[in-house]
Design a binder for this molecule. Structure first.
Ligand code: T5A
Ligand code: NA
Length: 216
């Protein structure tokens, strides 16, 4: 009987949001909570700055090098594609994968540069075909609340103009991908936010292998 049961796959859970929304903190808490509950979990963050492509991105983000807007955009996307098979295999093997930023950040930050030949539509194209998330948890936070969290650092994009364009474009994109998105009020305490995220994630995982009712 056991042999005839198909392998239960893991979930692909994406965490998105503006800078300082608390994505990395929440991803780590979610990983720990799911591990405690007995799930197999892997946490991945984009950009993955450790690969050769990731090192180019890291240098660009630290303002240590320059790249054409389209070129850096395609590198961010390539950085996801180089992990795409790993994500697919890991999920298929029963491990839930939590991803800190994904295609949504990819499209939105590049389009926010207002380069006339880099629209949101153009920016989304290289993402088409990547593993589709079971759910995208969007951590929503007001600019005022985000500003309280340590202010902007020295990295590229950490300025008011970019952040307000990014906010607007996230709205447009999330509206289009509505089915996959769950908006989380990230302006609350770490624990309050975490409680909701864990709840949504557990429901998402349990739905993957729920047994449907017999039909007439
Ligand atoms: N980018 C990224 C692209 O342009 N294209 C792409 O394809 C991708 C993937 C770097 C940049 O790259 C761009 C977007 C970014 O500009 P990153 O490495 O993810 O991306 O950015 P980080 O700087 O690491 O992360 P963020 O600034 O976005 O922060 P997080 O992860 O949202 O927030 P976190 O958890 O680090 O918390 C920030 C601070 O707030 C506190 C934390 O303790 C911390 O000090 N905090 C809270 N304080 C009060 N209440 C809460 N609920 C709090 N939660 C966290
Ligand atoms: Na982060």
């Amino acid at each position: 009987l056991l042999e005839s049961q198909p392998m239960r796959r893991g979930a692909l859970i994406i965490v998105e949001g503006l800078d300082r929304a608390g994505k990395s903190s929440q991803c780590e808490l979610l990983r720990d909570q799911l591990l405690t509950k007995g799930h197999a979990v892997e946490y991945i963050r984009f950009p993955d700055r450790t690969t050769p492509i990731g090192k180019l991105i890291d240098s660009y983000l630290r303002n240590a090098s320059h790249q054409d807007d389209h070129s850096i955009h395609l590198l961010f996307s390539a950085n996801r594609w180089e992990l795409a098979k790993h994500i697919q295999d890991t999920v298929a093997n029963g491990t839930t994968v939590i991803v800190d930023r994904y295609s949504y950040s990819g499209a939105v930050y590049s389009a926010a540069k207002a380069n006339p030949t880099l629209s949101l539509e153009w920016a989304w194209q290289p993402e088409v075909g990547l593993p589709r998330p079971d759910i995208c948890l969007f951590l929503s936070i007001s600019p005022e609340e985000a500003a309280k969290r340590g202010g902007f650092g020295a990295e590229r994009y950490e300025n008011e103009t970019m952040q307000s364009r990014v906010r607007q474009l996230f709205g447009t994109l999330l509206d289009r991908q509505r089915d996959d998105v769950c908006v989380i009020d990230a302006g609350r305490t770490v624990d309050e936010v975490s409680e909701e995220i864990v709840d949504v994630a557990v429901k998402c995982i349990s739905r993957l292998d729920a047994i449907g009712p017999l039909r007439a």
